[in-house]
Structures are given as structure tokens and as C-alpha cells.
Design a protein around this ligand. Structure first.
Ligand code: ATP
Ligand code: MG
Length: 333
């Protein structure tokens, strides 16, 4: 008997290019999972509207950028399915159905919604923003995904998704499971801090190192990194524990991490040399990514084709799923 592969749903909001935080937090893991699981990568252009509705051009451009970033890190278009969220009507339908039994209070108390609302400076939330965990549940369930790999900021949304699917089955399943209750796969890697000392690398924080940055840009960004402020002269002994360059060596240059710490503590390496070492390492990591990205940048039609084909495949699955769901809900004639 052929065992069916379990299905993963993951994705990105097209609100700009992807950066090293995304790479460490999710993309690397996606590449590792693509053989074992049937992977759907959602380019969530509708979810992007929840915060960027005033900037449709950015979203439209970023659909390509984000897809290319995924392809560039090694996701194989023959193995994974790229899906443009806005072109999947079943997601919109499911969002409406679920919204009938999700309480506003459960959304208002969602900790990630609260944090993000603060981050964006919203005091009166839009209907769409408040409801995006519902639409995310539709993303996960239109293809009956088994597993969703997430960072810790997404845990409240997964809890909500599990609650919604359980409730749906209770309400309409007649003892059967119509919609799978998705499992959460928590990313092992924690948040990547910014080289400026911010606890998170983020697009809107102005501290992002993009996967598409060229080597000169990397050199410049690493040069500006926050180091131990008390270390002024080359002969001063440094404290790697309060140095962002050292933190990055730990993530991107594991083999030399201990050694650079030791050399810093004993004043045997200066910050300039230590930064050069890190920049070189980052450039080595990014070089094959840039090369693949470059190929796709020169073949945008191919990128478009990959999205269109993937979306077509996803629609076949989504339409079937909605049919079953409508039948369970008695939305039939
Ligand atoms: P913005 O500043 O506009 O919020 P961002 O750079 O934080 O953008 P998002 O699109 O909000 O990017 O991030 C999407 C997902 O990527 C997050 O849910 C998180 O899991 C992951 N992610 C983003 N930044 C990092 C980071 N620095 N380290 C690890 N994971 C990250
Ligand atoms: Mg963010």
C-alpha cells in the first residue's frame, strides 16, 4: 500500500522581500521538509491587505519577490506547490463560513493580534485585520493540511485554528471529521535579532539583511553592527555576550563561534576583523541563493508559470473541500 505523504501548509505575506530572519525562522526548515511532506506555500496576498491595503503595488511586486526568495533558498518547484491566495475562492468562502461561529472576543484577546496592533499603531482595528486568524484557518483547511510549521508568534493563531476546526466538526460533522484539526510544528530556531541590537530583525524595523542583498551591501550592514561599546582600543578586552557580531557568529558561523569569543575576550581579534569574518561567512551562505535568485529574476515568466500552475492544482483541491463542507453545512439545494 502506498502511504500518502502528509500535507504541510506554510507561506509568506508579500509585503516586501524576505530576510535572514525568515531564512533562519522558516525557510531553511521548509527546504528540509519538502521531501518528506507534500508542501503548499501560500503567497498570502489577501492577508497582506490586512495591514497594507493602501499599498497594492507593493503587494503585487512582492508576490514575485517572495516566490523568488523561496525558490532561491532551494525550494524545488517540482516538489512544492506555490499558491496565490487571492486566486483561491474556496479560501474566501471558508473564511465567511468560519466567521459565523468565531467570537469577536476570542480574536480581540489573541496575544499576537494585540502585539501586532500595537506595532502598527492601530487603536481601532479593521474587520479584516481582527479576523485574519479566521482567514488563516481557511488557508490551512482549504487543502486539509495536516501540519503547519510556525514560529512562536503564530502559536495563538494555531490554537485558534484548532479550535475552529474542532468546533466545525462538532457543529456539522455528524460524528465525522470533515476538516482535519491541524497539528503545529514549532520552529526550533528562535527569533533572529537585528545587528543593530533590536531583539528582532524585521522589514519595518530598518535592520533587515535581505536574501537578495549583494555582497557590498552585506559588508556595509555588518560594518554598522552593534559591538561591545566599552571596547574602544584594539587592546581592550571585549565581551562577546553584549556583541551582535558574536551572536551572529553563533548562528551563521558555528564552527568558529567559540574561537572568536575567546579571541575577543583576550583582545586577539579586533572588531573590524571579526566583522569581516562574519561578512565573509554570510556572503558564502548567500552566494548560492543569489545565484538561483538571479536565474529566476531573468526568467520572470517561469516564476509566473510556477505560481499559476500551483494555484490551478490548489483550486482543484480547494473546490472539492468546499463542496464537502457546504454539504455538511447543508448549503445545498
Ligand atoms: P514587518 O516588520 O512588516 O512585520 P517582518 O520582517 O516582521 O515584517 P513578517 O512578514 O511579519 O516579517 O514575518 C512573517 C513571519 O516570519 C513571522 O511570523 C515570523 O515567524 C517570521 N520571522 C520574521 N522575522 C523573523 C526573525 N527576525 N526571526 C525569526 N523569524 C522571523
Ligand atoms: Mg512582523
Amino acid at each position: 500500500m502506498k502511504l500518502e505523504k502528509k500535507r504541510i501548509l506554510t507561506g509568506d505575506r508579500p509585503t516586501g522581500k524576505l530576510h535572514l530572519g525568515h531564512f533562519v525562522g522558516s525557510l531553511q526548515n521548509r527546504v528540509l521538509l519538502q521531501d518528506e511532506y507534500e508542501t503548499f506555500i501560500l503567497i498570502a496576498d489577501i492577508q497582506a491587505l490586512t495591514t497594507h491595503f493602501q499599498n497594492p503595488k507593493l503587494i503585487n511586486d512582492s508576490i514575485y519577490q517572495v516566490t523568488m526568495d523561496n525558490l532561491a533558498v532551494g525550494l524545488d518547484p517540482d516538489k512544492v506547490t506555490f499558491v496565490q491566495q487571492s486566486q483561491i475562492p474556496s479560501i474566501a468562502e471558508l473564511t465567511i463560513f468560519y466567521s459565523m461561529f468565531v467570537s469577536v472576543n476570542s480574536l480581540r484577546h489573541n496575544p499576537t493580534i494585540k502585539t501586532e496592533a500595537k506595532q502598527y499603531g492601530y487603536d481601532d482595528l479593521t474587520y479584516g485585520f481582527l479576523g485574519y486568524p479566521v482567514s488563516q484557518t481557511a488557508d490551512i483547511t482549504f487543502c486539509n493540511a495536516d501540519l503547519v510549521p510556525v514560529g512562536d508568534d503564530q502559536l495563538p493563531h494555531m490554537e485558534q485554528a484548532r479550535k475552529i476546526t474542532r468546533r466545525f466538526n462538532e457543529l456539522y460533522g455528524n460524528g465525522e471529521t470533515i476538516i482535519k484539526v491541524p497539528e503545529t510544528l514549532l520552529s526550533k530556531n528562535s527569533r533572529l535579532a537585528g545587528l543593530d541590537g533590536n531583539s528582532k530583525m524585521g522589514k519595518s524595523l530598518g535592520n533587515a539583511i535581505y536574501l537578495s542583498d549583494d555582497s557590498k551591501t552585506i559588508d556595509k550592514k555588518v560594518k554598522a553592527a552593534l559591538t561591545d561599546k566599552n571596547r574602544i582600543a584594539l587592546t581592550d578586552k571585549g565581551n562577546p555576550n553584549i556583541c551582535m557580531v558574536s551572536q551572529y557568529h553563533k548562528v551563521f558561523n558555528e564552527e568558529e563561534y567559540e574561537n572568536t569569543c575567546e579571541m575577543c575576550r583576550s583582545a586577539n581579534i579586533g572588531c573590524v576583523a571579526c566583522k569581516k569574518l562574519l561578512a565573509k561567512k554570510l556572503n558564502n551562505t548567500l552566494e548560492p541563493i543569489r545565484e538561483r535568485r538571479n536565474y529566476y529574476e531573468n526568467n520572470l515568466n517561469l516564476v509566473k508559470e510556477i505560481i499559476i500552475e500551483g494555484t490551478k492544482k490548489a483550486n482543484l483541491i480547494g473546490n472539492k473541500q468546499v463542496e464537502a463542507i457546504k454539504e455538511a453545512m447543508k448549503i445545498i439545494l
